[in-house]
Design a protein around this ligand. Structure first.
Ligand SMILES: Cc1cc2nc3c(=O)[nH]c(=O)nc-3n(C[C@H](O)[C@H](O)[C@H](O)COP(=O)(O)O)c2cc1C
Length: 459
C-alpha cells in the first residue's frame, strides 16, 4: 500500500485557526513545510503532494472579495522552489507538483521538472491537470474556459511533447571525455519536430538529462476524457474518495480504457483520496471532527461551494430541483463530476432542495465534517485495508486532513502508519532512492523501456 499526503489546502480555508495548529509560524514560511516534510519522511510516506490552481475563487457574487476576506483557496505559492528546498532535507520522500496543461507550455514545464529531478535525485511526480476554473483562465488571457474535450486533447498533446522532450536527450548523452574534451554525444540528442494542434516544439530539451529520465506522471480527471488521458500517459491515477463501490466502478472504467489503449491494467495504480482525522480514542477523534465546523462562516461556505461548482450560487432560487442545477453547472464547467453530481447521485435529479439546505449540507461536506473518516488508527486502517483489497491492491491512498497542521499529519505518522505496518500493509523503510522505485516499484528507465514500447509517444 502506498501513501501520499495532500498539502494543497493545509494552510487555507480557516485551518490556520484550528486548535492544535502552528503557533508563531505562518504560511508561506518554508520552516512550516520543512517540519511537514520531516514528519512525512519519518513515516516513510511515498510523497507530499501539492495541488494547485492559480486564480482566486471569484464565482460567488462575481468577486474575489469573499475568498480574500476569509482566505478560501487563497493565497497559493508556486511550490517548485519549496520542493527544491525540501528535497535537501530528505532522502526518500517524493514530491508531487501540479501544473495545468491548459495554461502552461510543455517546453517550460518539461525543463523545470527535469531540473527538479536533478535537485531531488529523482523524487518528483507531475500532477497534470486540465483546470476547470474561469478564475485560472482569466490569468492566462482567456475570457472563457476552453471546452472540456479540448482541454483533454490539449493535455494529451502537452504530455506527448513533454515525453518527447524527456526522451530527446538520453542519460548516456553526456560523455565528458577529459582526453578529447568532448562534452556530449550528438547521436544521443534528438530534435523532436513536434507540430500539433496546440504546440510547435522543435526540441531537443535544453536541460541535462536526469538519470530517472522523467517524473512520475499522475492524472486525476475522472470523466471519460479524463480516464482516457490517464490511460494515454499516466503512471498513477489520483481519484476522488467516496464509497468502496464507487472505487470499484472507477477502477473498472480505468482498466477497460487501459486495455483499449494497449496497456496492462496492473501498470497503473490508483491513489484514492481519503480525508482522515486519526486520534488515540474515538472520543478525541470525534471532538476534533466537530471542531471543523467552527471555522466556517456562511460567506466562506458560499465562496467555496460556488467555486467548486463553477456557478454563482447567489443566483439560485430559494427552492430548486437538483437536476436543473446540475445541468447549469455542467454547462458552466463542462464537467459531470464534483460535489453537485454526487448530490444528484445520492438524492436523484427530481429531489427539491432549498438554498438553506444546500448551504448547510455543503458546509458539512466542504468543512470535511461529513466526509472525513475520524477514528482510531485501527478503525481507519480497517477501512483502508478493505478499500485497498476491493480495488485490486494496486496503488494506495492520497490522505488529506481538514484537521490542524502539523498535528493531523503527525497523528497519521505516529498512529495510523504504525498500525498499517503492524498489519504488513505499509513499508518500514524506503525500498529505493527514487520516487519511481518507491511508488511504482521499478526504475523509471525500466518503465520507459518496457511499458511504453510500441506506443506512438514522443520520439
Ligand atoms: C486527488 C486529486 C487532486 C487533484 N488536484 C487538482 C489540482 O491540484 N488542481 C486542479 O486544477 N485540479 C485538481 N484535481 C481535479 C482533477 O484534475 C480534475 O479536473 C477533476 O477531477 C475533474 O475532472 P473531469 O472533468 O475529467 O471529471 C484533483 C483531483 C483529485 C481527485
Amino acid at each position: 500500500m502506498h501513501l501520499a499526503f495532500d498539502m494543497s489546502f493545509t494552510h487555507t480555508d480557516g485551518r490556520w485557526r484550528l486548535p492544535g495548529g502552528w503557533a508563531g509560524r505562518t504560511f508561506p514560511d518554508l520552516k512550516m513545510y520543512a517540519e511537514m516534510a520531516l514528519i512525512a519522511e519519518r513515516a516513510r510516506l511515498d510523497m507530499l503532494f501539492f495541488g494547485d490552481g492559480t486564480g482566486i475563487p471569484d464565482t460567488w457574487q462575481g468577486s474575489p472579495d469573499g475568498a480574500v476576506r476569509w482566505g478560501v483557496g487563497w493565497p497559493r505559492q508556486d511550490m517548485s522552489p519549496y520542493i527544491a528546498a525540501l528535497a535537501q532535507l530528505t532522502t526518500g520522500l517524493g514530491f508531487g507538483l501540479t501544473y495545468s496543461s491548459t495554461f502552461m507550455h510543455p517546453f517550460y514545464v518539461a525543463r523545470l521538472l527535469t531540473s527538479l529531478n536533478h535537485i531531488s535525485d529523482g523524487r518528483i511526480a507531475f500532477n497534470v491537470v486540465a483546470s476547470s476554473r474561469r478564475a485560472d483562465a482569466a490569468n492566462y488571457g482567456y475570457d472563457e474556459l476552453m471546452a472540456h474535450d479540448q482541454r483533454y486533447t490539449r493535455m494529451n498533446e502537452f504530455m506527448d511533447v513533454c515525453l518527447g522532450l524527456w526522451r530527446s536527450v538520453t542519460p548516456e548523452a553526456i560523455v565528458m571525455d577529459p582526453e578529447t574534451g568532448q562534452f556530449a554525444d550528438p547521436k544521443q540528442v534528438h530534435q523532436l519536430h513536434h507540430h500539433g494542434e496546440h504546440f510547435d516544439v522543435r526540441g531537443p530539451l535544453s536541460a541535462a538529462p536526469a538519470d530517472v529520465v522523467r517524473p512520475v506522471l499522475v492524472q486525476a480527471g475522472a470523466s471519460p476524457e479524463g480516464i482516457a488521458a490517464s490511460a494515454h500517459f499516466a503512471d498513477l491515477v489520483f481519484a476522488q474518495g467516496g464509497s468502496i463501490a464507487a472505487h470499484v466502478q472507477h477502477r473498472a472504467a480505468l482498466d477497460a480504457e487501459l486495455t483499449r489503449q494497449g496497456r496492462r491494467p496492473d501498470e497503473v495504480g490508483v491513489m484514492w483520496s481519503k480525508d482522515v482525522i486519526v486520534a488515540e480514542t474515538e472520543e478525541v477523534a470525534q471532538h476534533r471532527r466537530s471542531q471543523l465546523l467552527d471555522i466556517w462562516t456562511p460567506e466562506m461556505v458560499a465562496v467555496q461551494l460556488s467555486n467548486g461548482a463553477g456557478f454563482d450560487l447567489a443566483t439560485l432560487p430559494d427552492r430548486f430541483p437538483l437536476g436543473e442545477i446540475g445541468e447549469r453547472i455542467a454547462k458552466a464547467t463542462g464537467s459531470k463530476s464534483g460535489h453537485f453530481n454526487r448530490l444528484i447521485a445520492e438524492y436523484g435529479v427530481d429531489h427539491v432542495m432549498t438554498k438553506d439546505e444546500l448551504f448547510e449540507e455543503g458546509r458539512d461536506r466542504i468543512s470535511g465534517y461529513s466526509g472525513v473518516m475520524a477514528g482510531t488508527p485501527e478503525a481507519i486502517a480497517d477501512h483502508l485495508e478493505e478499500a485497498f483489497e476491493a480495488t485490486g491492491s494496486n496503488g494506495g491512498f492520497m490522505l488529506s486532513s481538514h484537521g490542524a497542521m502539523p498535528r493531523a499529519l503527525a497523528d497519521i505518522a505516529d498512529l495510523l502508519v504504525p498500525e498499517l505496518q503492524r498489519r504488513g500493509l505499509f513499508r518500514r523503510e524506503y525500498e529505493g532512492s527514487t520516487l519511481a522505485e518507491n511508488l511504482l516499484g521499478k526504475h523509471m528507465r525500466d518503465i520507459e523501456n518496457t511499458t511504453l514500447v510500441g506506443r506512438e509517444v514522443g520520439v
